[in-house]
Design a protein around this ligand. Structure first.
Ligand SMILES: [Zn+2]
Length: 242
């Protein structure tokens, strides 16, 4: 028996059979793993509300490759501030699904764990805005090694200068000499995203509306190219936040 005590966020949770649940967990110690919660649907006593999506929990489990078996789970926080506002819920579900979809199984990513914790705390205090979402996304891409080349052309290395960059498929950024077509990503968007990486603190970086839109187009394309599937929560986010 290999019983371990871990800290985790619940990324998603689904019913299994008559009485059990399978949860996707993002643990501080081992990164993403799948857990089997026997009897979680029948007995609320054992797990209580601890297996709700985006809850932060302490847990005990028998750690195995593939499917670990949950012994107990205690809530650290359910983020009740988030749960009272539809736009905050939409952003929290989206952040969790991004982590669920993009991170490798079984690899500890403590920086990403802290980033997700900081973002959920920000949403919990009823700060919901696009700049925070983009700060979360660019830092997530950076931690996972998927960051677009913000400083210069990914093909020839030259500075983008005041002309900005041209976006190619998958969010690749190139200069005007290396490609003739592509959506223009403005210099202010590139600078804003670089600042997001430099601080990784929420509520510090401001984007003007054009830069926010341009940065958003780049991040949407980059994230879509690294996601194995279309994110369910993205549609909900677009509906909830118009
Ligand atoms: Zn170039």
């Amino acid at each position: 028996m290999n019983l371990e005590k871990l800290q985790a966020f619940v990324l998603s949770s689904s019913d299994y059979g008559e009485s059990d649940r399978i949860v996707s967990l993002f643990t501080l110690e081992h990164g993403r793993l799948k857990g089997f919660a026997r009897g979680a649907r029948n007995s609320r006593k054992r797990f209580g509300p601890a297996l709700e999506t985006f809850a932060r929990i302490d847990l005990q489990l028998n750690h195995k490759d593939g499917l670990s078996s949950l012994r107990s789970a205690d809530v650290i926080t359910l983020y009740s501030g988030i749960r009272g506002a539809l736009d905050a819920i939409a952003h929290a579900l989206y952040a969790c699904e991004l982590v669920d979809c993009l991170t490798p199984e079984g690899q500890s990513l403590p920086r990403l764990y802290r980033l997700l914790a900081a973002y959920l705390e920000r949403l919990d205090s009823n700060h919901v805005d696009d700049a925070d979402r983009r700060l979360f996304e660019i830092n997530l891409l950076n931690i996972l090694g998927y960051r677009p080349s913000l400083e210069g052309c990914s093909r020839c290395g030259s500075d983008f200068g005041e002309g900005g960059a041209l976006m190619q498929e998958g969010g690749e950024l190139v200069c005007r000499f290396c490609a003739r077509t592509g959506k223009r990503i403005s210099p202010s968007a590139l600078r804003g995203l670089a600042s997001c990486l430099a601080t990784s603190r929420f509520g510090v970086i401001a984007f003007d509306p054009e830069a926010l839109q341009s940065a958003g187009a780049l991040l949407d394309e980059s994230l879509a190219s690294h996601s194995a599937r279309k994110l369910k929560s993205l549609e909900f986010l677009q509906q909830a936040c118009g």
